[in-house]
Design a protein around this ligand. Structure first.
Ligand SMILES: Nc1ncnc2c1ncn2[C@@H]1O[C@H](COP(=O)(O)OP(=O)(O)OP(=O)(O)O)[C@@H](O)[C@H]1O
Ligand SMILES: [Mg+2]
Length: 282
């Protein structure tokens, strides 16, 4: 569904590419995570996947990038709008400000796609409900808390039911409950509509729980691409400045102090950790 071949991108006036020689594929209906330290290129990759690069951010491209068989560089943002949705890292960038209500804001994308009005009403109602915004439909988008704005940003993309959904750290302003709700919703979408999802996220425990595969970026390069359990417990991610889960950290410390001699892989989640320490205690 998403396919990159030796894809590189350099912002105008920069010496170093922000994305360098990336090759990977995301099959249809898969849920992929994207991790990397600050400045690794996660947002830049999200922009490229959604066609913001090169249609909004200019720069130098090489290699190829196709999403749903569409060559991103050869098509317009209008053509991509119904197929690929991007949720920005900062919800302020998503909210158009041209509508006075949450409901109007969520309807905007469907209006731009030319969807009939009664269908818009139904889809907006359903999305507001799913996103936990049903009671806030008449509120001004600017009278929402950070977490509510983040849910609005996600809702305004979800409502269009894109085949490919790209999310750039969409839960950064949400508390653990809000984060769980967003992930539950994404998980449901993948199950129901076979949406292909790629999510940049620093909450590794969430990725452990929900993703099929995780990509690791550092300085614009792809360092790893594999199952969350393998990739996210690899010492390599800590070396590049990504904080492992507390369970991985606890197990590493226990081993470093000689409390545990086990050599097999480190735990990623609470459940893994329980097994890891139970086994070690025998
Ligand atoms: N508009 C721009 N013009 C020039 N350079 C940019 C631009 N946007 C980002 N960069 C640079 O590209 C590199 C990748 O940045 P990017 O924002 O994609 O990283 P990130 O992984 O999303 O970081 P963060 O975790 O802070 O969100 C960085 O070196 C950054 O300084
Ligand atoms: Mg970013």
């Amino acid at each position: 569904m998403i396919r990159l071949e030796r894809f590189s991108f350099t912002y105008p006036g920069e010496d170093q590419p922000a994305l360098s020689d990336l090759s990977f594929e995301v099959p249809a209906g898969q849920f992929y995570g994207l991790v990397g330290p600050n400045g690794a290129g996660k947002s830049t990759l999200c922009y490229a996947l959604a066609g913001m690069i090169p249609h909004y951010f200019k720069g130098t491209l090489s290699g190829s990038l196709t999403v749903a068989e569409i060559d991103i560089a050869q098509s317009s943002l209008g053509e991509l709008a119904g197929t690929i949705g991007l949720v920005f890292q900062n919800p302020f960038n998503q909210i158009s400000g041209s509508r006075f209500s949450v409901r109007g804001e969520v309807a905007l994308g469907l209006e731009n796609l030319g969807v009939p009005r009664d269908q818009i009403t139904d889809q907006v109602d359903e999305t507001l409900e799913q996103s936990g915004l049903a009671d806030l439909g008449e509120r001004s988008p600017f009278a929402l808390s950070g977490g509510q704005q983040q849910r609005l940003a996600i809702a305004s993309i979800l409502v269009m039911q894109p085949a490919v959904l790209i999310l750039d750290e969409p839960t950064s302003q949400l508390d653990p409950v809000g984060t769980s709700e967003v992930y539950a919703l994404l998980h449901q979408l993948v199950g129901q509509h076979e949406t292909t999802v790629l999510i940049a996220e620093h909450k590794l425990e969430r990725l452990a729980e929900f993703t099929d595969n995780v990509l690791v970026l550092n300085q614009g390069r792809l360092l790893a691409n594999g199952p969350p359990k393998t990739v996210l417990t690899d010492p390599l991610i800590e070396e590049i400045g990504v904080q492992p889960t507390r369970y991985t950290q606890a197990a590493r410390q226990a081993r470093a102090r000689g409390l545990i001699l086990k050599k097999d892989e480190f735990p990623l989640t609470l459940q893994d950790a329980q097994e890891f320490f139970d086994d070690a205690a025998v």
